[in-house]
Design a protein around this ligand. Structure first.
Ligand SMILES: NC(=O)c1ccc[n+]([C@@H]2O[C@H](COP(=O)([O-])OP(=O)(O)OC[C@H]3O[C@@H](n4cnc5c(N)ncnc54)[C@H](O)[C@@H]3O)[C@@H](O)[C@H]2O)c1
Length: 260
C-alpha cells in the first residue's frame, strides 16, 4: 500500500479487534496514523492484540450487546483519546449447518445471532453518532457479509442478521446526512476470509480446514480465499477522507462471488 497518514489525526473504535478482520482493521488504521481503541469481549486476546499492534493501539473489554458498556466505552475514548471519528463494527458470531435452516433453527440461536450481529451494531452506531458529531464528523463501517446479500438455506439467522446490518447501515447514513452531522456510514460484505471464523466455516463443509478451503476456492471466481487485509484496506478507504462522497453504500469484498 502506498501512502502514509491516510487516517492521520483520527480516533477509531474497532469492535471484534482481538481477532481476524477487526484486528487487521486496527493494524491498518494505526499504520496510517489513527489512534485506535480495540473493543472485544475476549479480554485476553484483545490485550494481546493491542500489545502486538504497538503504539497507537489500546484495548478495552466490551460486550457489544450491553448498552451501558457501550456508553462507557464511547465516553472513555472521547475522554482519553480526545474524540471519535471512526467506528468499525466487526464483532460478530456465525452459525451454519443443516440444522440452521428456517424450519429447524432454534429461537435461542436466532436471538443469540441477532443479539451480537444486529443489536451490537445498532448500539455501537447509536452511541457513536453523538460523539462523532461533536468531533466534527466521521465514518462508520459495519461489517456485514455476502450472506446479507444472498440467501443460504443453512444459515438462516446469520443471513437475516447480516441483511439487517446492511439495511440499518443505510438508515444511519440517511439519518446522519439529513441532520448534516458530517457522518458517513457504509457496509462491507466479505466473502470467505481466512480468520478463525472463516476456518470454522470451512470445517462445516469438510473434515479438515485445508479440504474446506479447497472446496470454498472452487466456488470463488478469483479462486482464492480472502485475507483479513483485503477487508482492512477497504475499511481504510471508507474510514479515510478519500471516501468523503460515499455513504449508504454496500461494498462486496469477495473474490467476485456477488458479480453474477
Ligand atoms: N471470516 C469470514 O469469512 C467472514 C465472512 C463474512 C463476514 N464476516 C464478518 O466479519 C466480522 C469479523 O469476523 P472474523 O472472521 O474476523 O471473526 P473472528 O471470530 O476471527 O473475530 C470475531 C471477534 O469478535 C469478537 N466478538 C464476538 N462476539 C462478541 C460480542 N458479543 N462482544 C464483543 N466482541 C465479540 C470475538 O471475541 C472475536 O475477537 C464478523 O462480523 C463476521 O460475521 C466474516
Amino acid at each position: 500500500m502506498s501512502g502514509t497518514g491516510r487516517a492521520e489525526g483520527k480516533i477509531a473504535m474497532v469492535t471484534g479487534g482481538a481477532s481476524g478482520i477487526g484486528k487487521a482493521c486496527a493494524l491498518r488504521l494505526a499504520e496510517q496514523g489513527a489512534r485506535v481503541r480495540i473493543l472485544d469481549r475476549n479480554a485476553e486476546a484483545g490485550a494481546k492484540a493491542a500489545e502486538e499492534l504497538g503504539a497507537g493501539v489500546s484495548f478495552a473489554a466490551l460486550e457489544v450487546q450491553d448498552e451501558d458498556a457501550w456508553r462507557a466505552a464511547v465516553a472513555a475514548v472521547v475522554a482519553e483519546l480526545g474524540g471519535l471519528h471512526i467506528l468499525v463494527n466487526a464483532a460478530g458470531i456465525y452459525m451454519r449447518g443443516p440444522e440452521h435452516n428456517p424450519e429447524t433453527a432454534t429461537l435461542e440461536d436466532w436471538r443469540a445471532i441477532h443479539g451480537v450481529n444486529v443489536e451490537g451494531v445498532f448500539l455501537g452506531c447509536k452511541h457513536a453518532i453523538p460523539a462523532m458529531r461533536d468531533s466534527g464528523g466521521g465514518s462508520i463501517i459495519n461489517i456485514s457479509s455476502v450472506a446479507g446479500l444472498r440467501a443460504s438455506a443453512h444459515a438462516a439467522a446469520y443471513g437475516a442478521s447480516k441483511g439487517g446490518v446492511r439495511q440499518f447501515s443505510k438508515s444511519v447514513a440517511h439519518h446522519c446526512a439529513r441532520r448534516g452531522y458530517g457522518i458517513r456510514c457504509n457496509s462491507i460484505h466479505p466473502g470467505s476470509i481466512d480468520t478463525p471464523m472463516g476456518q470454522h466455516a470451512m470445517l462445516g463443509v469438510a473434515a479438515t480446514v485445508e479440504e474446506g478451503r479447497e472446496r470454498y476456492r472452487k466456488g470463488i471466481p478469483l479462486k482464492e480465499i480472502g485475507e483479513p487485509d483485503d477487508i482492512a484496506y477497504a475499511v481504510l478507504y471508507l474510514a479515510s477522507d478519500e471516501s468523503k462522497y460515499v455513504t449508504g453504500q454496500e461494498l462486496a469484498v469477495d473474490g467476485g462471488v456477488m458479480m453474477a
